[in-house]
Design a protein around this ligand. Structure first.
Ligand code: UDP
Length: 245
């Protein structure tokens, strides 16, 4: 699939959503219900219209990052586990908001917590998608020392998704030749190769995620998750953001 291709119903996609996308500068809370409701509205509407098989990997950076704790003397693996648990909080917030709009979802956690959500089982995730449920992956891949970017790439490969959609939240709408916030001459690419991203150190996702996608021929679309209509356009295959392949 390339941007501009006609919409196909039932496309299987993984959307990576940063935890910080659920927060807002207007509030001190880790999760801003208004922001979550807006994103959930975009997701529910696009599911209704395009019927994709959509899985979301939600991050946890609005609550905790492993490296933060490490800097404070907390054991890294413990601190990463705290980060993974943060993603579960986000996943439940997102589930609640999407389901209030009538779109069925399932949260699947990589760390077992059966009273809260189903455990991640690959074949079960695929079955939920086939039944039209939005699958929300929580707790990353369940291993410390990884990020939810890499977890999103791993799950996308496992469930044989067509593409990984990396929704940014910082107002940057794709991959640029330099940081557009620091360099006014920076230009946005419509398309770049995985090798360009690595060799030119274009910081879009962590290197582990990029090389994983390269090795597994999994294209990544980087786009501004918060721009009005962007979720629909990304899922519909419109020209938006930067395609890495
Ligand atoms: N994390 C982890 N293993 C995983 C996924 C996440 O240890 O498979 C931890 C890691 O400490 C990370 C935190 O969870 O800092 C939150 O995830 P991430 O930083 O990817 O969230 P985002 O930046 O997307 O909000």
């Amino acid at each position: 699939m390339t941007p501009g291709e006609p919409v196909r119903r039932g496309r299987r996609l993984v959307l990576k959503m940063s935890g910080e996308a659920l927060a807002s500068s207007a509030s001190d809370e880790a999760i801003d219900a208004v922001v979550v409701e807006r994103l959930a509205g975009d997701i529910a509407a696009v599911c209704h219209e395009l019927e994709p098989e959509l899985a979301i990997m939600v991050g946890g950076g609005n609550i905790w990052r492993g490296t933060t704790g490490e800097g404070q003397g907390i054991d890294r693996a413990t601190s990463d586990t705290m980060g993974m648990l943060g993603t579960v909080i986000n996943a439940l917030a997102l589930q609640d908001a999407i389901e209030r709009l009538g779109q069925p979802t399932r949260v699947l956690t990589a760390i077992h917590m059966a009273e809260v959500a189903e455990p991640y089982i690959r074949r079960r995730a695929i079955r939920h998608l086939e039944k039209g449920r939005v699958v929300i992956f929580a707790a990353g891949m369940g291993n410390p020392y990884f990020t939810t970017d890499t977890s999103a790439a791993l799950r996308a490969a496992e469930i044989e998704a067509e593409m990984l959609l990396k929704g940014t939240h910082s107002g940057v709408d794709g991959v640029y030749s330099a940081d557009p916030k620091l360099d006014s001459t920076a230009v946005r690419f419509d398309e770049v190769t995985f090798m360009d991203v690595v060799n030119r150190d274009l910081r879009v996702m962590d290197l582990t995620a990029i090389t994983f996608c390269k090795d597994n021929k999994l294209p990544i679309l980087v786009f501004d998750l918060m721009a009005p209509g962007a979720v629909r356009r990304a899922l519909a295959g419109d020209e938006i953001g930067t395609l890495i392949r």
